[in-house]
Ligand binder design. Structure first.
Ligand SMILES: C[S@@+](CC[C@H](N)C(=O)[O-])C[C@H]1O[C@@H](n2cnc3c(N)ncnc32)[C@H](O)[C@@H]1O
Length: 267
């Protein structure tokens, strides 16, 4: 677990991560996405309302467990048995009241219809999953069908419009030049994965009856830091997050963020 030591803070979004998954870059992503998501939830639902939330491709379950701790009923769907096991182990350390609000299911986000009835959820998360999808529109359409009317689809994707930024800021000119006009990105594990453009996803969301309601950038300034860099001291991290939070919601900065957080609302 990420622990408070030597003045390092424990952030609400990442306090219960399993060891090894909480470098600074991931911490920033989870914390900024958490703030943006909470803003969208609190602008749509009364404080204290217990929402039904589906986290498709929940991974280690950072957001799922955070939302369960906040009082919501959370279903985590994950296709990787090892990550599901890690999420189960994290969940096992939670108090009973939280454990009983979380359901973890091994399954495929493309087959939500096998597990759930249409309209069963108020909020559906799909964070960091679209980059691995061969048919992203079909995946998104299936997830949107799981939303009740007025429900929120929260989507975090790699921003194809900003692929030249990381190599360019590092002085890697061939890398920067190949980032323009590309929709393929090499992830931290060396895999080639898809990136998405805001305009194309806006059209997709409109086409699946969950039109774009709000969007943010995630990691505007800090995408170039090494994946395993540790957390700075609390005060510096606070300032870093304040700057990232502001940039992620401000033109033109949010457009060149490494990741986009799109929020569609089911009509
Ligand atoms: C980059 S991780 C993101 C995890 C988590 N959502 C987060 O934001 O931290 C992507 C996760 O999606 C899962 N995944 C990818 N495709 C999936 C699918 N079709 N159905 C279910 N899970 C999937 C992977 O196994 C992995 O755990």
């Amino acid at each position: 677990m990420v622990t408070a030591e030597a003045g390092h803070p424990v952030l609400p979004a990442v306090a219960h991560w399993p060891a090894g998954s909480g470098g600074l870059r991931d911490t920033i992503r989870q914390e900024i996405v958490a703030r943006q998501l909470d803003e969208q939830i609190s602008s749509r639902y009364p404080v204290g309302q217990r929402l039904r939330i589906l986290d498709a491709g929940m991974g280690q379950g950072t957001q799922a467990l955070r939302l369960a701790r906040a009082g919501h009923t959370v279903t985590g769907l994950e296709s990787d048995p090892d990550l599901l096991k890690a999420a189960r182990e994290s969940l096992a350390t939670e108090p009973a009241g939280i454990r009983e609000r979380v359901r973890l299911i091994e399954g495929d986000g493309r087959e939500t219809g096998v597990h759930f009835l249409p309209g069963s959820f108020d909020v559906v998360l799909c964070h960091g999953v679209l980059m691995y999808a061969d048919e992203p529109d079909a995946l998104l359409a299936g997830l949107a069908r799981m939303l009740a009317p007025g429900g929120l689809l929260s989507l975090v994707v790699r921003n194809a419009d900003a692929l030249a930024m990381r190599p360019g800021l590092a002085g890697d000119w061939p890398g920067a030049l190949s980032g323009f006009d590309s929709e393929v990105y090499t992830d931290d594990h060396g895999a080639k994965v898809r990136a998405d453009r805001l305009d194309a996803l806006t059209a997709t969301l409109a086409g699946i009856a969950a039109p774009l309601h709000a969007w943010y950038g995630v990691r505007v300034f800090t995408d170039g830091i090494p994946a395993q860099a540790g957390l700075p001291a609390a005060e510096e991290l606070d300032r870093l997050l304040a700057a990232e939070d502001r940039a992620g919601r401000t033109e033109p900065y949010r457009r060149v963020a490494a990741l986009l957080h799109l929020c569609g609302v089911r009509g």
